[in-house]
Design a protein around this ligand. Sequence first.
Ligand code: CA2
Length: 148
Amino acid sequence: MQLLALHGPNLNLLGTREPGLYGSSSLEQINAELRSRATQLGASVDCFQSNHEGALVDRIHLGRGAVDGILINAGAYTHTSIAIRDALLAVEIPYVELHLSNTHAREPFRHHSTLADRAVGVICGFGATSYQLALEGLVQHLRRAAGR
Ligand code: CA2
Protein backbone atom coordinates (compact mmCIF):
# COMPACT_ATOMS: atom_id res chain seq x y z
CA MET A 1 0.00 0.00 0.00
CA GLN A 2 1.58 3.24 -1.18
CA LEU A 3 0.55 6.45 0.58
CA LEU A 4 1.38 10.11 0.08
CA ALA A 5 1.49 12.70 2.88
CA LEU A 6 1.08 16.27 1.63
CA HIS A 7 1.90 19.29 3.75
CA GLY A 8 0.90 22.76 2.63
CA PRO A 9 2.27 26.25 3.18
CA ASN A 10 4.22 27.23 6.29
CA LEU A 11 4.20 23.71 7.72
CA ASN A 12 7.97 23.60 7.08
CA LEU A 13 8.15 25.99 10.06
CA LEU A 14 6.72 23.46 12.52
CA GLY A 15 8.69 23.16 15.72
CA THR A 16 10.25 26.59 15.31
CA ARG A 17 7.33 28.92 16.17
CA GLU A 18 3.82 28.90 17.62
CA PRO A 19 4.22 25.69 19.66
CA GLY A 20 1.08 26.58 21.64
CA LEU A 21 -0.99 26.31 18.47
CA TYR A 22 0.83 23.71 16.39
CA GLY A 23 2.95 21.76 18.90
CA SER A 24 6.70 21.36 19.20
CA SER A 25 7.33 18.55 16.70
CA SER A 26 9.20 19.45 13.54
CA LEU A 27 7.87 18.37 10.15
CA GLU A 28 10.79 15.94 9.87
CA GLN A 29 9.77 14.32 13.18
CA ILE A 30 6.17 14.06 12.01
CA ASN A 31 7.31 12.49 8.72
CA ALA A 32 9.58 10.03 10.53
CA GLU A 33 6.73 8.96 12.82
CA LEU A 34 4.42 8.59 9.84
CA ARG A 35 6.94 6.42 7.97
CA SER A 36 7.54 4.28 11.04
CA ARG A 37 3.84 3.66 11.76
CA ALA A 38 3.09 3.10 8.08
CA THR A 39 5.73 0.36 7.99
CA GLN A 40 4.10 -1.31 11.01
CA LEU A 41 0.79 -1.19 9.16
CA GLY A 42 2.30 -2.73 6.03
CA ALA A 43 2.26 0.52 4.09
CA SER A 44 4.81 2.96 2.75
CA VAL A 45 4.46 6.75 2.82
CA ASP A 46 6.12 9.43 0.70
CA CYS A 47 6.14 12.90 2.25
CA PHE A 48 6.03 16.20 0.38
CA GLN A 49 5.77 19.80 1.59
CA SER A 50 5.37 22.91 -0.49
CA ASN A 51 4.49 26.54 0.06
CA HIS A 52 3.18 26.68 -3.52
CA GLU A 53 -0.30 25.67 -4.58
CA GLY A 54 0.76 24.56 -8.07
CA ALA A 55 3.54 22.37 -6.69
CA LEU A 56 1.00 20.58 -4.50
CA VAL A 57 -1.27 20.14 -7.53
CA ASP A 58 1.66 18.72 -9.53
CA ARG A 59 2.53 16.25 -6.75
CA ILE A 60 -1.08 15.08 -6.59
CA HIS A 61 -1.04 14.49 -10.38
CA LEU A 62 2.14 12.39 -10.04
CA GLY A 63 0.27 10.13 -7.65
CA ARG A 64 -2.18 8.98 -10.29
CA GLY A 65 -1.88 5.22 -10.70
CA ALA A 66 1.00 5.11 -8.19
CA VAL A 67 -0.57 6.08 -4.88
CA ASP A 68 -3.40 4.30 -3.06
CA GLY A 69 -4.27 7.03 -0.59
CA ILE A 70 -3.36 10.59 0.40
CA LEU A 71 -3.04 12.29 3.79
CA ILE A 72 -3.34 16.02 3.29
CA ASN A 73 -2.82 18.98 5.57
CA ALA A 74 -3.20 21.69 2.96
CA GLY A 75 -2.61 24.43 5.56
CA ALA A 76 -4.29 27.71 4.62
CA TYR A 77 -5.02 26.36 1.10
CA THR A 78 -7.61 24.14 2.80
CA HIS A 79 -9.85 27.19 3.05
CA THR A 80 -9.27 28.64 -0.41
CA SER A 81 -8.02 26.15 -2.97
CA ILE A 82 -10.37 24.89 -5.63
CA ALA A 83 -7.25 23.83 -7.62
CA ILE A 84 -6.17 21.34 -4.93
CA ARG A 85 -9.73 20.05 -4.62
CA ASP A 86 -9.97 19.59 -8.41
CA ALA A 87 -6.61 17.78 -8.50
CA LEU A 88 -7.61 15.37 -5.73
CA LEU A 89 -10.90 14.59 -7.45
CA ALA A 90 -9.24 14.29 -10.87
CA VAL A 91 -6.77 11.60 -9.79
CA GLU A 92 -9.53 9.71 -7.93
CA ILE A 93 -7.27 8.86 -5.00
CA PRO A 94 -9.03 8.56 -1.62
CA TYR A 95 -7.78 11.17 0.83
CA VAL A 96 -8.02 12.12 4.48
CA GLU A 97 -7.89 15.82 5.39
CA LEU A 98 -6.16 16.62 8.65
CA HIS A 99 -5.11 19.57 10.76
CA LEU A 100 -2.96 20.03 13.81
CA SER A 101 -5.29 22.60 15.33
CA ASN A 102 -9.06 22.42 15.74
CA THR A 103 -9.95 24.69 12.84
CA HIS A 104 -13.58 24.88 14.03
CA ALA A 105 -12.49 26.49 17.30
CA ARG A 106 -10.60 29.23 15.44
CA GLU A 107 -11.52 32.15 13.15
CA PRO A 108 -14.68 31.68 11.03
CA PHE A 109 -12.64 31.70 7.78
CA ARG A 110 -10.98 28.45 8.96
CA HIS A 111 -14.33 26.68 9.40
CA HIS A 112 -14.81 26.09 5.68
CA SER A 113 -12.77 23.53 3.75
CA THR A 114 -12.78 23.08 -0.02
CA LEU A 115 -11.66 19.47 0.51
CA ALA A 116 -13.70 18.06 3.39
CA ASP A 117 -16.93 17.06 1.64
CA ARG A 118 -15.14 14.60 -0.67
CA ALA A 119 -12.64 13.29 1.91
CA VAL A 120 -12.80 9.80 3.38
CA GLY A 121 -12.66 11.61 6.72
CA VAL A 122 -11.37 14.69 8.48
CA ILE A 123 -9.22 14.81 11.63
CA CYS A 124 -8.32 18.01 13.46
CA GLY A 125 -7.22 19.30 16.83
CA PHE A 126 -4.85 16.59 18.06
CA GLY A 127 -1.54 18.21 17.18
CA ALA A 128 1.00 15.83 15.65
CA THR A 129 -1.25 12.92 16.69
CA SER A 130 -3.71 14.08 14.00
CA TYR A 131 -1.27 12.63 11.44
CA GLN A 132 -1.20 9.25 13.18
CA LEU A 133 -4.99 9.15 13.52
CA ALA A 134 -5.41 10.10 9.86
CA LEU A 135 -2.94 7.37 8.84
CA GLU A 136 -4.77 4.70 10.85
CA GLY A 137 -8.11 5.78 9.40
CA LEU A 138 -6.87 5.89 5.82
CA VAL A 139 -5.17 2.47 6.00
CA GLN A 140 -8.28 0.90 7.52
CA HIS A 141 -10.48 2.51 4.86
CA LEU A 142 -8.24 1.29 2.01
CA ARG A 143 -8.09 -2.24 3.45
CA ARG A 144 -11.87 -2.40 3.74
CA ALA A 145 -12.31 -1.01 0.22
CA ALA A 146 -9.95 -3.72 -1.09
CA GLY A 147 -11.83 -6.41 0.85
CA ARG A 148 -8.81 -7.16 3.09
O1 CA2 B 1 -4.05 23.34 12.03
C1 CA2 B 1 -3.56 23.10 10.92
O2 CA2 B 1 -2.93 22.06 10.68
C2 CA2 B 1 -3.67 24.15 9.81
O3 CA2 B 1 -3.76 23.45 8.57
C3 CA2 B 1 -2.42 24.98 9.88
C4 CA2 B 1 -2.42 26.14 8.89
C5 CA2 B 1 -3.70 26.96 9.02
O4 CA2 B 1 -3.74 27.96 8.01
C6 CA2 B 1 -4.94 26.09 8.91
O5 CA2 B 1 -6.08 26.89 9.10
C7 CA2 B 1 -4.92 25.00 9.96
C8 CA2 B 1 -1.23 27.06 9.16
C9 CA2 B 1 0.10 26.38 9.16
C10 CA2 B 1 1.11 27.32 9.73
O6 CA2 B 1 2.17 26.58 10.23
C11 CA2 B 1 3.06 27.20 11.07
C12 CA2 B 1 3.91 26.38 11.76
C13 CA2 B 1 4.80 26.94 12.63
C14 CA2 B 1 4.86 28.31 12.80
C15 CA2 B 1 4.01 29.11 12.09
C16 CA2 B 1 3.10 28.56 11.21
